[in-house]
Design a protein around this ligand. Structure first.
Ligand code: SF4
Length: 1023
């Protein structure tokens, strides 16, 4: 890549500014000096440049690597000034990217092996490790394979092998992991998305049809009001936060609602503290305010949502419980949550919104209970502050204003995580803020490829592209497709998932190629099936491991011994494994569980393999940021010594397993032997482009496609890439490993993920020619909501889409059909919903169709002020001897919440090994409000012990602060403390700290099992 002197100065300037968080990339002077120094050293002349994407948070910032042409070593990494998101700036982690290269002495370089009972790592090589791992995998699988379940249903699965990770590897690697795991029959498979943003998918898909962030980071500059709630965005998504400050510079109001006063609060117009775990009460009050004060955007609510639908007469809500609750099962029977249909099978509607059984009236009634007094008493927020937020935010409920919301783990990591987000979807639909520039709900993921790893479905409950995981009762392909292919009788509903069979059969062809044929159901029964109603999430996996049921475990790019809840239980589970395969760029506490504090290594029989992986910039491939932007990374150099990409490790392990089965036979060999697995290049290395094309999809025979809009026909030859998912077929003539990625290559093979066009025709930051955004390069989802029934923009100043001269102009429209006023051809805007409309009433939720406030599993109150149900009645209660609970107890009187800091990433498993970052945040600490510290006699810098009923962190530093204020809850004073979750015992070496997750409970959201890391009870005392 060529960099001009001017471009280089801009680029380097941005880097210099990026080092200081507060500068946010605006000060060029220090960097000019830095650029001059580099030029003097002639570094640029001897280096080749390659572009890559940051591998920490989900902002998707671009970086440029300079690699010495003679040594093939990276000599410099800096922000990419051309990149539209970060414009050359980087946060502390991105600025320290160089310390992840082979220059870091702590990088893994060799295959490491720990023998049963051993007390050290032994250096090995791939030739030794691959056959040994394949042998263990085969033995465990064959010995423990489950052909049929207790009911006699065919399930073809192996519950004795677990797989975790990873959302910090590339899309192509995630896809290979997902395919390999399915072929082996693994069902205990999960990754970081489960414990961070699984509720985002559950909530956003229910309300809008897709589980993704609706808009994108740059779009935040278009908002009039920005509500940051459930996130410390300035510290955890710093380059995304730049776009918030840009909106603020243009006059937008920025509000931060969070238990702590943070750097985000400092940059906002006002900060409002609330008690952890009370977000639904806060938002319920806002919904009540919007409806009572008639602040909603009526035309939008009427036409684009199902507010007018009539709910079954049998539906009810009493004292915290919706109709259909079964207390013994802790589950709802949702039969009474249906809609009334007319004789043609179309939902009945009341367009006056006055019928007491219409969704709007039921919602109004439900939230009328969330009065200012009640909400203030539950949340600890003053009535003045509540009104201030409600007034400012609801001012966006008009056509020419936009309000957006930014959240992260502060909303997801609760027993009501999905319903927290759902509550905001209700607010946004009432105000008409979905599908518009500067609007939407922004799920900001904490890992670089949570979006992609979720899209590729390293998850037990879905297959790539959000296809459903087959379950035991669906014993034929026909039954499976019938269940998951929705039918709508309403001619104005696009009901896009009616194409489900095309996506699913193309997926099977990508798995098994020509072995998947109609006669064998395209290989449907080769896939493992989960039991109906049973769950296999992270917490379930470690529960089973603790019970000794899981024998082998893959831990890829993760550190469960620090990051998983109730880690005392997790570590005991790891001790029961026969084998563990780890893949990473640094060692961590999970891979060395056998010599953790208090563990007698002689008694641990586990064989452990630690495989050295290439770092992000040492391999080619794509990752997807939170805005669904799928960006292609160039390879800067090879990884050091024996390091190879996770994709190559995956291919080689599975290849060795295939060879064993081919030679020896075994149990249920079809998915292994029939698996299409030709993804190594001619030199025997990982071919990321080849995998990416398989994910995109190809024509498997010459095919003529007619374009009815353009009135053309095109002949596509066998082997050409399918140019978009509208061309996929259900007859086996196309393959596509993930239909949402279909279109990332042109039919001519153009890699659209690598595009770097900087044109921005709307001026709204869509950058249509920068990389590829799924689906089909659409930058803002549900964008047909931004226009009126005739296709005219509601806000001409922020015009992302317009129907002109019988066609759409602007962003790629959410479906090609004309606007809704055309009754013959026009469609509703939420095309992935069966009924085509935004859903206030969540018929598929495990814990109720309207979000309702429940207390956390552990909280300071003995009674829920909102109802007779103290905790979420639909959550699963784990009951091993290590799943203790203490609520409203004198012994553990303080609410604790956990979080990350700018300089560290997740468990700290990458960042603790980097001296620049570690120096800035060297050790575990606890934030304690000054009033509580005074009561406890704790001074700033004292060592303190923090304990919960499950365990303790025995030596962390007290940070006494005014940033945490006590709350008045139901007339009582409640103190809250906060701890980062970035530390463990392994490194830095002299640390006495260990994971914060010794304190957290094994409990999760009722819908998606995201753990409740954000609200539990502890005690704090001087160490
Ligand atoms: S951590 Fe996030 S904000 Fe920081 S440089 Fe990386 S992608 Fe950008």
């Amino acid at each position: 890549m060529n960099i001009t002197r001017r471009g280089f100065l801009t680029l380097s300037g941005a880097v210099g500014g990026g080092i200081a968080l507060t500068g946010l990339g605006l000060n060029l002077n220090p960097a000019r000096a830095y650029a001059d120094e580099l030029n003097k050293m002639n570094r640029v002349k001897v280096a080749k440049q390659s572009t890559t994407i940051c591998c920490y948070c989900s902002c998707g910032c671009g970086l440029i690597c300079s690699t010495d042409k003679t040594t093939n070593k990276i000599i410099n990494i800096e922000g990419d000034a051309e990149h539209p998101i970060n414009e050359g700036a980087l946060c502390a982690k991105g600025s320290g990217f160089f310390q992840m290269t082979e220059a870091n002495e702590h990088r893994l370089r060799k295959v490491l092996y720990r023998a049963p009972g051993g007390d050290k790592w032994e250096e090995k090589d791939w030739e030794w490790a691959l056959p040994r791992m394949a042998r263990l995998i085969k033995e465990t699988r064959d010995k423990n394979f489950i052909k049929t379940n207790a009911k006699g249903e065919l399930v073809n699965r192996c519950e004795a092998i677990g797989h975790y990770g990873s959302s910090n590897v590339d899309n192509e690697e995630c896809w290979l992991i997902t395919v390999m795991s399915r072929a082996l029959g693994i069902v205990y498979m999960d990754h970081q998305a489960r414990v961070c943003h699984s509720p985002s998918v559950g909530a956003l898909a229910e309300s809008f049809g897709r589980g993704s962030m609706t808009n994108h980071y740059i779009d935040m500059k278009n908002a009039d009001v920005i509500l940051i709630m459930g996130s410390n965005m300035a510290e955890n998504h710093p380059m995304g936060f730049r776009w918030v400050t840009k909106a603020q510079e243009k006059g937008a109001k920025v509000i931060h609602v969070d238990p702590r006063y943070t750097r985000t609060s400092a940059r906002c117009d006002f900060h409002v503290p609330l008690r952890s775990g009370t977000d639904i009460a806060f938002l319920g009050g806002m919904i009540n305010y919007i409806i009572e004060k008639k602040k909603y955007f009526k035309e939008y609510v009427l036409n684009y949502t199902h507010a007018s639908f009539i709910v079954s007469k049998d539906f009810s809500f009493r004292d915290g419980l919706f109709s259909g609750y079964d207390a013994a099962k802790r589950k709802y029977n949702k039969e009474t949550w249906g809609f009334d249909y007319d004789a043609n099978g179309i939902p009945q509607r009341d367009m006056t919104l006055t019928n007491p059984r219409c969704v709007f009236q039921l919602m109004k009634k439900h939230y009328s209970r969330y009065t200012l007094d009640k909400v203030s008493s539950v949340t600890g927020v003053s009535k003045e502050n509540l009104l201030k937020v409600y007034e400012v935010y609801s001012s966006t409920g008009v056509p020419d204003k936009a309000g957006t919301e930014c959240y992260a783990l502060g909303w997801t990591q609760h027993t009501v995580g999905v319903e927290n987000i759902r509550a905001m979807t209700l607010v946004q639909m009432l105000l008409g803020n979905v599908g518009i520039a500067g609007g939407g709900i922004n799920a900001m993921r904490g890992e670089p490829n949570v979006q992609g790893s979720t899209d590729q479905a390293i998850l037990y409950h879905i297959l790539p592209g959000y296809m459903k995981q087959p379950s035991a009762s669906l014993d034929t392909l026909e039954k499976y497709l019938k269940k998951y292919t929705p039918v709508s009788k309403d001619p104005q509903s696009a009901n896009y998932y009616q194409n489900y069979p095309k996506f699913f059969i193309s997926l099977m062809k990508a798995f098994f190629n020509d072995k998947a044929i109609k006669e064998n159901g395209f290989g449907y029964n080769w896939l493992p099936k989960i039991d109906d109603g049973k769950h296999y999430s992270t917490m379930h996996m470690f529960d089973q491991m603790y019970k000794g049921k899981i024998k082998g475990f893959f831990c890829i790019g993760a550190d469960n011994a620090v990051s998983s809840p109730n880690t005392g239980k997790v570590r005991k589970g790891l001790e029961k494994l026969d084998w563990l395969i780890g893949e990473n760029i640094f060692d961590n506490e999970t891979y060395q569980f056998w010599r953790a504090p208090g563990v007698d290594t002689k008694n641990i029989k586990t064989e452990v393999f630690l495989l050295p992986a290439s770092a992000s910039m040492e391999k080619e491939g794509s990752i997807s940021n939170s805005g669904r932007m799928v960006q292609w990374k160039q390879k800067a150099c090879d990884g050091p010594d024996q390091c190879i990409p996770v994709g190559e490790i995956t291919i080689k392990i599975m290849k060795a397993v295939k060879e064993l089965y081919a030679k020896e036979g075994g149990v249920h060999t079809e998915p292994i032997l029939n698996l299409y697995w030709n993804y190594l290049d001619k030199q025997g290395h990982f071919d990321a482009l080849e995998v990416a094309k398989q994910m995109n999809g190809r024509f498997l025979k010459d095919t003529v496609i007619e374009d009815k809009v353009k009135k053309t026909t095109t002949l596509y030859k066998k082997g050409q890439c399918v140019p978009g998912f509208g061309n996929l077929r259900d007859d086996g003539s196309t393959c596509s490993g993930n239909w949402v990625h279909c279109g990332q290559f042109g039919a001519d093979g153009e890699n659209k993920m690598a595009k770097r066009g900087k044109d921005d025709p709307t001026g709204l930051g869509l950058y249509p020619n920068w990389s590829f955004v799924w689906p089909i390069n659409r930058r803002i989802l549900y964008n047909r909501c931004s226009v009126d029934l005739n296709g005219k923009p509601y806000n001409p100043k922020r015009n992302i889409l317009e129907w002109k001269d019988d066609k759409w102009e602007g962003d790629v429209p959410d479906g090609p059909w004309p606007p809704m006023a055309d009754k013959a051809k026009g469609k509703y805007p939420f095309i992935m919903q069966r009924d085509g409309l935004g859903a206030f009433f969540g018929q598929n939720m495990a814990d109720g169709p309207f979000p309702e406030h429940y207390e956390p599993l552990e909280g300071p109150l003995a009674k829920n002020p909102m109802s007779g149900q103290l905790i979420n009645p639909a959550i699963e209660i784990f009951n091993s001897d290590m799943d203790k609970i203490a609520r409203a107890s004198g012994k553990f009187p303080y609410v604790c919440t956990t979080y990350s800091c700018t300089e560290h990433w997740c468990s700290g498993a990458l960042t603790r090994w980097q001296s620049w970052l570690l120096e800035a945040q060297p050790e575990e600490y606890i934030e304690i409000g000054d009033k509580l510290a005074e009561e406890k006699g704790i001074k700033n810098g004292d060592k303190v012990k923090v304990s919960s009923v499950r365990g303790a962190v025995t030596s962390c530093v007290a940070m006494v602060t005014q940033r945490l204020k006590p709350f008045t809850i139901e007339g009582k004073t409640v103190h809250q403390v906060g701890m980062p979750f970035n530390y463990g015992w392994l490194f830095p070496k002299d640390t006495k700290d260990d994971s914060t997750n010794f304190l957290t409970p094994t409990v999760g959201d009722a819908n998606t099992f995201c753990p409740e890391y954000k609200a539990f009870m502890v005690n704090v005392e001087k160490a």
